[in-house]
Design a protein around this ligand. Structure first.
Ligand SMILES: [Zn+2]
Length: 267
């Protein structure tokens, strides 16, 4: 967590707070937390063990850095107001919150421990509160692997990446520093099935392959051509209707989405 309550009862952001303002308590469980101010690592608070509280669970250094940079950039941005970090709202607590060009926006930085139910529940909650949500991944790209056969980059999106891809009409946002994000579309990836021929046990001639087929788990990542776009400048509030596929359903929600035309569709 990057926010705690100081001894004066004030919400204190880790990198703007000194140790003598403590002791500090967790906004979730009110247990004691320790302010960690290293030279290299991101400043944050950690529960004093033993503890049993989910507040701040699963946050990593890159996650802390992403939240801090976005929060600081929005705080200084002329189009933004009411900027807050780990803001306690009714039933949900966005990593960063701000009013951007009069739209209320919640930014959720994806943790590796999240599950689809959690994304769905929080997105539905934001919809009830009239807040537009931006789900971000704290890495700069999907996990890419080189496919030697087709000589192309591929990726194998996780379930939550596919879910966010559905939610944002065919794109996932990867964080590129400050307010910059790089959207990726996951396109179909086709692999060549080698031609083979043989005689089966009845002596019948058999032949197979010699065509392309869609790979099941592998996708072709298509990066947005403008490379990176700005959360405050290039995004708009948008309504998402209920969407169901055979694997999941995305609830009706308010999303904070880029204003680009689909860059992957061939005209
Ligand atoms: Zn706690």
């Amino acid at each position: 967590m990057q926010v705690a309550i100081s001894k004066d009862g004030i919400k204190s952001v880790a990198w703007k707070t000194e140790k003598n303002e403590g002791p500090f308590t967790c906004p979730g469980c009110t247990g004691e937390v320790i302010l960690k101010k290293g030279k290299i690592k991101e400043h944050h608070y950690a529960h004093r063990p033993p503890y049993n509280c989910p507040y701040g669970a699963g946050e990593t250094q890159i996650h802390y850095r992403c939240k801090r940079e976005i929060y600081e950039a929005l705080l200084a941005h002329p189009k933004c107001s009411d900027c807050d970090i780990e803001k306690q709202l009714s039933g949900v607590r966005p990593d960063v919150y701000a009013v951007i060009s009069s739209a209320r926006v919640a930014i959720e930085v994806q943790k590796t421990t999240i599950n689809l139910n959690d994304i769905e529940r929080r997105s539905a909650r934001y919809q009830m509160l009239g807040i537009y949500v931006l789900w971000l991944v704290a890495h700069d790209s999907p996990n890419l692997t080189w496919h030697a056969g087709e000589e192309e980059w591929t990726c194998r999106p996780k379930e939550w990446e596919k879910y966010l891809h559905s939610m944002y009409f065919g794109r996932v946002y990867y964080w590129a520093g400050g307010l910059s994000v790089t959207p990726y579309h996951f396109d179909k990836f086709q692999t060549w099935v080698n031609e083979s021929e043989w005689y089966d046990e009845d002596g019948e001639y058999r032949q197979e392959g010699g065509y392309y087929r869609d790979a099941r788990a592998l996708k072709r990542p298509i990066k947005c051509p403008s490379n990176s776009i700005d959360i405050a400048q290039d995004f708009l509030p948008r309504k998402r209707r209920v969407f169901s596929s055979k694997n999941w359903s995305v609830p009706e929600c308010n999303i904070w989405m880029d204003n680009l035309d689909p860059w992957w569709s061939k005209k």
